[in-house]
Design a protein around this ligand. Structure first.
Ligand code: AMP
Ligand code: MG
Length: 416
């Protein structure tokens, strides 16, 4: 099976998690479960964009013009009463315009206050004004009834502020899928423990913990299970209470690879496809009750790449993300890569800006599926199609970007 086909099968009919209500501040980083509409105008009233004088623009036909200052309005004050001909209201930025009459603001810089007389305070307006000048209209930003955010929008910093500006105190966000992580292997010990001869540290549980969290899931660490059928069955049964279960290792043809057998014994619906891709094999997919199961390979790189390919889009769909797939961008390859047709290759690459403003992709040395340091360096996966026989240096390729940090710069980079 091709990668595309496998992804299409895995992502078909993935249900979105239900909504839950959160106080606005706690919704940061979550996805909106429903569209948000405004029931008010932003700004709520016509108000001044400048410190100055609210005027009737028709009064200023031939500046300078002397006007009587009726009153002063500060931000937070109620609007002044109707403005009669020959009058002005001293007004501060953000203060409401008078209820009627005034249709423009003249900046304080374009006025001169006249010494007070018995007739009250007066001001000379030195310039003309167009109707609407320096006035922020009620509803200019948002009108009542307007949809401000669609369902599926990320509640980022700007959207937190936008919702706050509408007076929204609570929002409906999509619940985070619970993702159980189970590592299998007699050889594994927890970091911090003393490995015996032949033992290695369990790293997959940690990469998966990070990957699940980074894509918005709620990881549940189910620890390590030994390569024993009964123990594996028991661990799977417990872990399948989650929305998603990821296992690592024990899924190939070894004599102590129990994951498939144990899943079948527990009544899981299993699909085991030979997906024509490297790395990422072997893997099995299925479900146990409502839990979606991903039996990923034990090799640390296969495990990570398998997560990006198979698991991440499913978690994002459960979160209600309308764009559940990672971005793929064009790049130029820095070296010739020879390939045998038959399987797609996902090559770990470092990315850099090339002099023409595009991206340059260079392989991270060894592409062995056990070399986790190559994943640590990689910014992306260079995608070589199943039938490809390789690419020549300088050729254009597609790269799935996992990490954009290479675009950040040490010094300000405005390009001025
Ligand atoms: P397996 O698929 O169980 O045969 O594992 C394949 C390879 O991945 C073996 O070299 C394992 O030692 C290694 N491996 C399996 N699980 C983990 C893990 N959780 N952390 C690090 N390496 C692992
Ligand atoms: Mg194993």
């Amino acid at each position: 099976m091709d990668v595309d086909q496998a992804i299409a099968k895995l992502t078909r009919g993935v249900p979105r998690k239900p909504a839950r209500t959160l106080p606005l501040a706690e919704a940061h980083g979550r996805i909106l479960a429903e569209p948000m509409f405004s029931d008010l105008s932003v700004p709520p009233l016509d108000n001044s964009a400048m410190d100055g004088f609210a005027v009737r623009s028709a009064d200023l036909g031939q500046p300078p013009v002397r006007l009587s200052v009726a009153t002063t309005t500060f931000a937070g004050d109620p609007p002044a009463g109707p403005l009669g001909p020959g009058h002005a209201v001293r007004i501060m930025t953000g203060a409401p315009m008078p209820v009627a009459g005034a249709d423009a603001v003249v900046r304080v810089e374009d006025t001169r206050v006249v010494a007070p007389t018995d007739g009250g305070e007066q001001v000379d307006i030195l310039v003309g004004a167009a109707p609407g000048g320096f006035v922020r209209r009620a509803g200019e930003d948002i009108r009542p009834g307007q949809q401000v955010l669609p369902a599926g929008a990320l509640v980022n910093a700007a959207n937190l502020g936008l919702l706050a500006s509408l007076g929204v105190g609570h929002v409906q966000v999509v619940q985070r899928p619970r993702v159980a992580i189970l590592s299998t292997g007699d050889e594994l010990v927890r970091p911090g423990q003393q490995p015996g001869p032949g033992q290695i540290f369990n790293s997959n549980s940690f990469t998966l913990l990070g990957l699940v969290r980074e894509c918005g899931g709620l990881p549940i660490d189910c620890g390590i299970v030994l390569d024993d059928l009964d123990a594996t069955r028991a661990a799977l049964r417990q872990a399948a209470a989650a929305d998603v279960l990821i296992t690592t290792g024990g899924v190939s043809m070894g004599e102590r690879d129990w994951v498939r057998v144990a899943l079948e014994a527990e009544g899981a619906q299993l699909q085991f496809w030979k997906v024509a891709v490297k790395p990422g094999k072997p893997a099995c997919f299925g479900s146990l009750g409502a839990c979606r199961i991903f039996g990923l390979a034990g090799n640390p790189v296969s495990c990570m790449v398998g997560f990006y390919q198979w698991v991440r889009p499913v978690i994002r769909l459960m979160l209600g993300d309308p764009r559940p797939h990672l971005p793929v961008v064009p790049a130029t390859v820095s070296e010739t890569i020879c390939k045998r047709p038959g399987r797609a290759w996902l090559e770990r690459v470092v990315l850099d800006r090339d002099p023409s403003g595009g991206l340059l992709a260079s392989r991270t040395g060894s592409q062995s599926s056990g070399v986790l340091s190559s994943m640590s360096q990689a910014h992306g996966l260079l995608l070589l199609h199943r039938e490809s026989t390789g690419v020549a240096q300088g050729e254009r390729v597609s790269v799935m970007v996992l990490d954009w940090s290479f675009l950040h710069s040490r010094e300000p980079d405005y390009g001025w």
